[in-house]
Design a protein around this ligand. Structure first.
Ligand code: HEM
Length: 432
């Protein structure tokens, strides 16, 4: 028997999961305590939600043959391809993850901060004083530009437009639900084919740059080697780094699409929430002007109070006990990031926006989990955090913000993310 949960039919729970996701989560927790079970058409089996840090830790620490990640991203496979780390499991997942991780970690990260700041300032140059803007759209443009620049080393408008077409389809909730039920549409597959063509051309250029002769996984032919060995020693972008480690064009293509898809919408949503919150907390934005620790605390508080993803799911492969229940194989156990970040015993004034709370030391382990955890923890966590800090610093240095309405925006589902319902409308005023 599964833990209790809302009694409405799955169809009704699905509607609520899409239209009022946070209300559903709060109501179920208040009524049934934890763990509780949710049934929606969104996933192919019931999801058992937990938000106690001790339970979250157990889930993230479980071995992949007990609890399997990557299942809930399976619907993305027509886009990301079968070699994407989003959809792989077990050893193969870890191997590919290790390949992709280095440029997103440690010292390697620092090389991207100037690019991020430059792109942020170019975006701010377009802001008109006193004129309301929808921050989410602006931040989508900005984060797509950032991830493209660091991955490919240059602007690429053709690829950007093709990506936008495919991403817009995966970001529309109704289209996404439709595609997860009936498979990808023809229009979607056309957009993917166009991206593939462009990506394979970029990969061929990278191979030429590096002077690699490698098997082309699409045609089984050897890629030509640049006779001049142009720029073979200059590693300027993530594509060059990954191409050096991965001989198959097809696999490389899947990793590139994964980074572009996973790295752009999530960060744009987090930035949109940051501006939505800061417009209503001008004192916090003012403090970001000259206090780097506070910028970092602000980015963390935004991700706590408005987590971009509400849950992270793992498929139960071997019976899993939680709260006195034994979950059978097939169902999901899902740490709920949204509820974990609102536990009053861990977060005094949980709905308040108080970046200061992160200045007093690290939170309790597994109580702040906007990037998930364990071997499936967000690969771009450090990269996204850097981008949040760079953009916030740039905004704070040039603008004051105010909201168009006093009331904060509701959290609304946009595909897998929880986004500001009205697109984060803010009014910028340049600093004197
Ligand atoms: C604020 C921005 C972001 C948020 C909130 C976020 C959040 C998450 C979460 C919650 C997961 C699932 C973790 C789990 O199941 O335990 C995830 C996975 C992932 N994220 Fe992010 N992400 C962000 C930005 C990025 C960026 C910038 C990139 C790449 C450049 C990225 C790449 C990935 C990848 C590849 C995975 C799959 C990891 C795996 O399965 O091994 N994300 N992200």
């Amino acid at each position: 028997m599964l833990p209790p949960g809302p009694r409405e039919p799955a169809a009704l729970q699905t509607v609520e999961w899409i239209l009022r996701p946070t209300a559903l989560l709060r109501r179920a927790q208040a009524r049934y305590g934890e763990p509780f079970t949710i049934r929606t058409a969104w996933s192919d089996a019931p999801m058992v939600l937990v938000s106690d840090p001790a339970e979250i830790k157990r889930v993230y620490a479980a071995s992949p043959d007990m609890l399997q990640g990557g299942e809930s991203a399976a619907f993305l496979e027509p886009f990301t391809g079968p070699s994407s780390i989003l959809v792989l499991h077990g050893e193969e997942h870890l191997r590919r993850r290790r390949q992709v991780l280095p440029p997103f970690h440690g010292d390697a990260l620092r090389r991207w901060s100037a690019t991020m700041a430059e792109i942020a300032h170019a975006e701010l140059d377009t802001w008109e004083p006193g004129r309301p803007l929808r921050a989410r759209e602006r931040m989508q443009r900005l984060t797509l530009e950032v991830i493209q620049r660091v991955v490919f080393g240059s602007r690429d408008e053709e690829l950007r437009d093709a990506l936008r077409r495919a991403l817009d389809m995966t970001n529309s909730t109704p289209k996404l639900v439709g595609m997860s039920l009936t498979g990808p549409t023809k229009a979607f597959m056309r957009a993917v084919a166009q991206i593939d063509e462009l990506l394979l051309a970029r990969i061929a250029e990278a191979r030429r740059r590096q002077g690699f002769a490698v098997r082309n996984a699409f045609g089984g032919l050897d890629s030509p080697v640049d006779p001049q060995g142009r720029a073979s020693s200059a590693v300027t972008c993530i594509l060059d780094l990954l191409a050096a480690a991965e001989p198959s064009d097809r696999v490389l293509r899947d990793q590139l699409v994964t980074l572009l898809a996973a790295g752009h919408e999530t960060t744009a949503t987090a930035l949109a929430w940051a501006l939505e919150r800061l417009a209503r907390h001008p004192e916090a934005l003012a403090r970001c002007r000259d206090d780097d620790a506070y910028v970092d605390a602000t980015a963390k508080e935004v991700l706590r109070v408005r987590p971009v993803l509400s849950i992270t799911s793992r498929r139960v492969l071997q019976p899993w006990t939680v709260g006195g229940y034994t979950l059978p194989p097939g169902v999901y156990v899902s740490p709920c990031l949204y509820l974990a970040h609102r536990r009053p015993e861990l977060w005094p004034d949980p709905t308040g926006f108080r970046p200061e709370r992160f200045l007093d030391g690290a939170p309790e382990p597994y109580s702040w989990v906007p990037f998930g955890g364990g071997t499936r923890r967000c690969l771009g966590a450090a990269f996204a955090s850097l981008e949040l800090r760079e953009v916030l610093r740039a905004v704070a240095s040039r603008f004051a913000l105010r909201p168009d309405r006093a009331a904060g925006e509701r959290m609304r589902r946009r595909s897998v993310t929880l986004a500001p319902a009205r697109g984060a409308v803010v009014i910028p005023n340049p600093l004197a």
